[in-house]
Design a protein around this ligand. Structure first.
Ligand code: UDP
Length: 243
């Protein structure tokens, strides 16, 4: 099987991909769906690192703004821990399909997962293990999008792929506006200037600065993770302007 154009891919999965649509928490049916697709993608020989979100459980900013008696930084720590809960679920789901994984956390908790050490993560990837990266960056006040950009750069991924519920980046919210237009290609500048909903601005700027391409695609379409990883043209590609 052809490994495709990418040697190493950083896949960003939002917490919402772990829950049934419109629900919160974890549905193992959904996790297994994502796990199956990830395994198929990795079976082609592409090295796969996965950064997971925690929004299906808790987001620091919204949790603390909606509650008194808790500091925002504490809420962000809770959000980071939520990503570890998702990571544990994804790890078992992938391993139930017979593929080796390593769960690495940016906040140390050796009893449940390995600490994230960049060189060790690369070694796992070289050995063909799917590396699941949890607890975001380990620091509050940012999101797992920023963690994904950061890890894509430090692990020298060829591309950052953001799996979403819609087909790519639209001119408006496609779940609200039926006339929203889907873009196939965008530059980082277009995303920032038009405030398009791709990833948060910090993540986009970081990718722009280091020319890390971003692919935004729909993980709900069966086989799409494998298609994206094998280099098939799905979703919206964000990169530098082509000459
Ligand atoms: N978070 C954080 N630092 C990080 C990554 C995440 O403080 O480096 C917290 C933040 O509160 C965030 C929550 O963890 O809201 C869950 O992550 P995120 O909202 O990015 O999850 P997603 O939207 O991808 O499901």
């Amino acid at each position: 099987m052809d490994a495709g154009p990418y040697r190493r891919v950083l896949l960003k999965l939002s917490g919402e991909s772990f829950a049934r649509q419109g629900e919160r928490g974890i549905s193992m049916e959904e996790v297994l769906h994502i796990a199956r697709q990830s395994v198929q993608a990795a079976a082609r020989g592409t090295q796969l690192a996965v950064v997971i979100g925690g929004g299906n459980i808790l987001r620091g900013a919204s949790f603390t703004s909606g509650n008194t008696g808790i500091q925002e930084a504490t809420g962000h720590s809770m959000g980071m821990l939520a990503t570890v809960i998702n990571g544990l679920a994804l790890q078992d789901a992938i391993e139930s399909l017979g593929v080796q994984t390593r769960l690495m956390t940016a906040i140390r908790m050796e009893g449940v997962a390995e600490p994230y050490i960049r060189r060790r993560a690369k070694r796992h990837l070289e050995k063909g293990r799917i590396v699941i990266l949890a607890a975001g960056t380990g620091s509050p006040f940012v999101t797992t999008d920023t963690a994904a950009a950061q890890r894509a750069l430090e692990l020298e991924a060829d591309i950052l792929m953001k799996a979403t519920r819609v087909d790519g980046v639209y001119s408006d919210d496609p779940e609200k506006n039926p006339h929203a237009m889907l873009y196939r290609d965008l530059t980082y500048q277009q995303v920032l200037e038009q405030k398009l909903r791709v990833m948060d601005a910090t993540a986009i700027s970081q990718c722009m600065e280091h020319a890390m391409p971003i692919l935004v695609f729909n993980y709900r379409r069966e086989g799409n993770i494998e298609r994206a990883v094998s280099g098939e043209r799905v979703g919206t590609l964000v990169g530098a302007r082509r000459e």
